[in-house]
Design a protein around this ligand. Structure first.
Ligand code: SF4
Ligand code: ZN
Ligand code: ZN
Length: 315
């Protein structure tokens, strides 16, 4: 876009062309527009109230570091809102150490408190050790997803947070909507939302402040801010269907700019229509760890081998 002028300030050279709006933006106007979009998303979905203490889930990847930076900027304007970064260390050798170090360094730089919660501390083993010798009936991500969800909830409660912010961007959200549909999981489709408030209690509400920012804009914002983030992917990454969806959606967006936004809007409306038809399940406290679950023993405790028989023996 060399030589083109910013459509907003009409002074500086264009840094980025936002194809779906047909505008060219200089670096400053681009960053402003992303921050504005995040602010609008937060207020449209009523994600935070001024008294909230937000646990920002920071993995050390581009999305989470960018979100931390934007929320830190916004929290400077809303002085009562407190933020603390929470990082889950899954114990994946050669991958997670670098990300945890990056998360630590950025928290120091931004003067944000940082809490690290590890699989080892919660479940006795990091993911690598946990998977060793285990039959490959389930993928690493199936275990990791359950463990991570519980770990974030525990880490956030430990720092006294009232909400959890995760860095899912527009692309992630559209992929998840489609994944749930393609897998025939209507209940999950109906429950998936930029704001997850569990009316049954136990889980802290989860919000996705970047859910209306496309992945490439999140990455460009981070790049424009000079962020260094981990580029290596997790060695266990196996989500084949999600990867195919990502490729398909990227191709569609390139050929038909705006298709990602319009499908996001349509699916959020459809989701709201479907939600009342999904029965509420009852949440109780896990008999082993006390965390919320719909079962007697939570999924994570079951995965590490806790069973009712064992509980009764030790009781
Ligand atoms: Fe965990 Fe899978 Fe993500 Fe790796 S890719 S961090 S195993 S959920
Ligand atoms: Zn400009
Ligand atoms: Zn449990």
């Amino acid at each position: 876009m060399q030589g083109l002028t910013c459509s907003t300030c009409h002074r500086h050279t264009s840094y980025y062309r936002r194809e779906n709006e047909g505008v060219n933006l200089c670096k400053g106007c681009f960053k402003d527009s992303v921050e504005r979009k995040v602010r609008r998303t937060i207020s449209r979905w009523k994600m935070f109230s001024p008294a909230d203490h937000i646990a920002v889930a920071v993995s050390g990847g581009k999305d989470s570091l960018t979100m931390l930076m934007i929320l830190k900027k916004l929290s400077a304007k809303f002085k009562q809102t407190r933020i603390t970064a929470v990082t889950v260390d899954e114990g994946i050798a050669g991958y997670r150490e670098e990300a945890v170090d990056l998360a630590k360094a950025y928290c120091d730089k931004l003067d944000v408190e940082h809490e690290i919660v590890s699989f080892k501390e919660l479940y006795g083993d990091g993911l690598d050790d946990f998977l060793r010798g285990r039959p490959e009936r389930m993928t690493a991500c199936s275990y990791c997803g359950v463990f991570r969800r519980k770990a974030i909830n525990i880490g956030a409660k430990r720092v006294g947070a009232t909400k959890i912010a995760t860095a899912h961007n527009l692309d992630d959200v559209v992929q998840t909507y489609l994944l749930n549909l393609f897998q025939g999981d209507v209940e999950r489709f109906a429950r998936f939302n930029p704001v997850l408030r569990d009316p049954r209690g136990g889980f802290l509400p989860r919000v996705k402040p970047l859910c209306e920012v496309p992945e490439k804009e999140v990455a460009l914002y981070g790049y424009a801010e000079g962020l260094t983030f981990q580029s290596a992917s997790c060695p266990y990454m196996t989500e084949a269907l999600r990867n195919e969806l990502r490729t398909m959606l990227n191709r569609l967006e390139l050929a038909h700019p705006g298709v990602l936004f319009s499908s996001y809007r349509a699916m959020t409306k459809l989701r709201a229509l479907a939600e009342p038809g999904v029965p509420d399940s009852v949440l109780r406290s896990c008999r082993s760890c006390g965390e919320p679950t719909t079962l007697e023993i939570c999924e994570a405790c079951k995965m590490v081998g806790v069973s009712m028989d064992k509980l009764e023996v030790t009781a």
